[in-house]
Ligand binder design. Structure first.
Ligand code: ATP
Ligand code: MG
Length: 543
């Protein structure tokens, strides 16, 4: 399979840089804010940065952009590290934190004040917003903009030593209040937060903003190509302005690529957090969530997620990726490697009346139809079995090819059966009565008979099946303001049925193909519960 991930504009830029001998070593980073769990969009970014480091024999840092202790938690840091490890993209044991550089950043802020390029503003947050202007209206200078350097230094130190209340002072860059680029209208560089920080405790009560911290962290770490998503295009101007005006001798360059948008899903930690906080889903690792934790529990493998990223490639143009591509990647991988099992999701009892009461036949069948190396197992046919309700129709209709009264179907690996009666309770079918006959292999006979799956009533285990669909009803959900009102109410359907007893010996296996149903994995969260819970990874249509 061709690796499209290498054939993109970022690789072209790096190749050019190498031709011009610009860098000794190519160095990338992934820098999430630890304010939530990682999602599949992040995998695109992680894989891009990680694979560049691998392909160019360079380096790749995982760095937390931990500049906003309000929203950050240790549990998010741990989950992010765990997810990246699981993906196989943890390059160093050492983890980097923007907070490692708080002292340097503080000194750079003082340097900007000394160069008359930053000032302490005492306007309120609301006033700053009004003074900033809009895209059509130029901003107005703050009355504090032209304070003396000396005054600014005193005020900034006062900020640092907790002499101001939160929200009453901030440090701003002195750039241009009339700039057509709103970000360049004297952006805030430091704000006061009396919040304990997970790395620095209460060493600081002022915290740098993302824009100030990000470029400096990149420069300190020797990052050469700082790759981010296209919503940061405008921030690039500020990124360059800061680095140009402080005494630093390394200049990383920022390049932007289109973020991954996945149809029927939201990809933003902030939005995913709303789903968790409002209990619309059952936590960050709910198998419907496009988080790495959710996808893992759902049964996606790291390999299939990386394969997906290779296939979507990296461009500058936004697009909406069809979830089918992701499903294709996992199906392709699982198809060749997971055992086949029979499971009945909507059970209905079928009695083969022509068999003796204690009938019990062992049938040896392959674990995988095309891979003899996976060995064989025994399944047991008894007089009473379960089949799927959707494989039975009491009355014949032209398009229904499975079991109907007085028609025949073949039981997978076993007899042909012909139904002759249904038993009903309160008008609902509770059992189907059949007789059996041997399967003949002549073409005319074979072509008329379809095959259904089944499990023995006696030699099966009860199981819960969780069937998932897209979390949202509309495909382009990122554009919707009130996104939670588009939740797909059928995104989780819980069914109770039965599964081949053989599953017991295979419970250390991650995934199975339930014949004619789809790929499922055992939800390890419920491993000690009485009933096994299986998550549907993807479905394969009944045929
Ligand atoms: P938030 O909603 O909190 O901004 P986020 O999902 O954007 O969350 P960040 O921590 O801001 O996450 O992003 C970390 C890195 O991952 C950034 O470099 C960002 O550009 C990249 N990234 C975020 N979302 C995507 C996406 N959908 N596709 C590709 N890369 C992404
Ligand atoms: Mg973001």
């Amino acid at each position: 399979m061709k690796d499209f991930s290498k054939n993109n504009f970022i690789y072209n830029i790096i190749n050019n840089d190498i031709l011009k001998n610009k860098y000794r070593i190519i160095h990338t980073r992934f820098s999430p804010e630890p304010n939530g769990y990682l999602h599949i969009g992040h995998i695109k970014s992680i894989y891009l940065n990680f694979s560049i480091a691998i392909n160019y024999n360079g380096k790749f840092n995982l760095r937390f952009d931990d500049t906003n202790p309000d929203n950050e938690k240790l549990k998010f840091i741990n989950s992010i590290i765990d997810d990246i490890k699981w993906l196989g993209c943890l390059y160093y044991k050492k983890i980097f934190y923007a907070s490692n550089y708080f002292f340097q950043m503080y000194n750079y802020a003082i340097e900007l004040i000394n160069k008359n390029l930053a000032y302490v503003d005492l306007l309120s947050k609301e006033e700053i917003k009004i003074y900033r202007g809009t895209l059509t209206k130029p901003g107005i200078d703050s009355p504090y903009r032209n304070q003396s350097k000396k005054n600014n230094l005193i005020l900034f130190k006062k900020m640092r030593f907790g002499k101001f209340n939160q929200g009453t002072a901030c440090l701003r860059a002195k750039i241009d209040m009339k700039s057509p680029c709103l970000i360049m209208r004297d952006p805030v560089l430091y704000r006061i937060k009396y919040v304990n920080h997970h790395q620095t405790n209460n060493d600081w009560c002022i915290y740098p903003t993302y824009d100030f911290a990000h470029c400096i962290s990149d420069a300190i770490e020797g990052i050469t190509h700082s790759l981010c998503t296209s919503e940061f295009i405008e921030n690039r101007k500020l990124y360059n302005w800061i680095l140009k005006n402080i005494s630093i001798n390394h200049y990383p360059k920022q390049y932007e690529f289109a973020p991954l948008n996945l149809a029927y899903h939201v990809l933003s930690k902030r939005k995913l957090k709303v789903l968790v906080d409002k209990k619309i889903v059952n936590g960050w690792d709910d198998p419907r969530m496009p988080t790495i934790a959710g996808l893992r529990r759902r049964g996606y493998t790291a390999k299939s997620l990386i394969e997906f990223c290779k296939r979507i490639g990296v461009t500058k143009k936004n697009s909406l990726i069809n979830i089918k591509l992701l499903e294709h990647c996992i199906n392709k991988e699982l198809n060749t490697m997971v055992p086949r099992i029979m499971a009945i999701i909507n059970p209905i009892l079928l009695i083969i009346n022509s068999l003796p009461k204690n009938y019990c036949m062992n049938i040896s069948v392959p674990n995988h139809p095309n891979n003899p190396n996976m060995g064989k197992k025994n399944i047991i046919l008894t007089r009473e079995i379960y089949i799927d309700r959707t494989d039975f129709n009491e009355f014949y209709t032209k398009n229904f090819k499975k079991l109907t009264l007085f028609k025949k179907v073949k039981l997978r690996y076993s007899y042909v059966i012909k139904a002759y009666k249904v038993l009903k309770k309160n008008n609902k079918i509770v059992a189907i009565l059949c007789n059996h006959e041997r399967y003949r292999t002549d073409k005319a006979y074979k072509s008329k008979i379809s095959i259904i799956h089944w499990v023995s009533k006696k030699y099966s285990l009860p199981a819960e099946f969780r069937l998932y669909e897209n979390l949202f009803k509309v495909s382009n959900i990122e554009d919707k303001v009130n996104f939670t009102s588009y939740i797909n109410k059928n995104s989780l359907i819980v069914k109770h049925g039965f599964i081949e007893k053989n599953i017991k010996v295979n419970l250390n296996i991650d995934a199975f193909q339930f014949e004619r149903e789809g790929y499922f994995c055992l939800d390890k969260k419920y491993i000690n519960d009485k009933i096994m819970v299986f998550n549907r990874i993807t479905s394969i249509k009944h045929n």
